[in-house]
Design a protein around this ligand. Structure first.
Ligand SMILES: [Zn+2]
Length: 201
């Protein structure tokens, strides 16, 4: 059994990698399932994985804590989407209950949010990688502003402008999460300073 974490900012290709692994597994007659976190916004609790607005995976997608994930089956791949929205106990549920059923468990996650605050579950995996993980791989992306490769941070844009701290909105059409390099990233606090304390809500 191998346990991996593939992590990087928004737009670094995590979902692409998950979808590609799922499709390749199917091509070689390997069994793969996807486990998603249960989000508080029910609109996003769909049992499908979307990539680039095309539905790519519509079967074998389970919501942790809501769906019965078959345990009498051997899996070649358990692919864990949006690990950053899981709790640490949920990470342990996967490691302790489901990982033994599978040859490979791959967690895909974003290390920190647009305000630079670490997501506990991904931080936990990275902090304990020697004990919990066999493989870690960091994905980077092209910075949305300077277009240079190597961006590791996530910038929230509202109507194309870096956002101050805003309520947790996921995929409203005017909100985007994009990769930013350390030079171009503007934190919500810096934006408040620049705008004299006005938010862009
Ligand atoms: Zn940049």
């Amino acid at each position: 059994m191998a346990i991996s974490l593939i992590y990087g900012p928004s737009g670094s290709g995590k979902t692409y990698r998950l979808v590609r692994t799922y499709i390749l597994a199917g091509r070689y007659n390997l069994t793969a399932i996807v486990i998603k976190p249960r989000l508080y916004d029910a609109r996003f609790n769909t049992r499908e994985i979307l990539y680039e607005n095309d539905i790519k995976i519509t079967e074998n997608v389970y919501i942790l804590g809501e769906d019965r994930i078959p345990q009498d089956v051997h899996y070649d791949f358990i692919l864990v989407e949006n690990t950053q929205f899981m709790s640490i106990p949920e990470i342990h549920t996967i490691l302790d209950t489901y990982a033994v059923l599978s040859n490979n468990v791959v967690f895909y996650g974003t290390p920190q949010d647009y305000a630079g605050v670490p997501f506990p579950a991904v931080k936990y995996l990275l902090d304990n990688k020697n004990e919990l993980l066999d493989v870690t791989e960091e994905l980077t992306a092209k910075c949305y502003a300077c277009k240079k490769p190597g961006a590791t941070l996530t910038q929230r844009l509202i109507n194309g402008v870096p956002a101050t701290i805003t309520p947790e909105i996921f995929i409203e059409p005017f909100v985007k999460h994009v990769p930013a390099c350390e030079q171009c990233y503007t934190s919500p606090e810096e934006i408040l300073g620049l705008t004299g304390g006005k938010t862009n809500e």
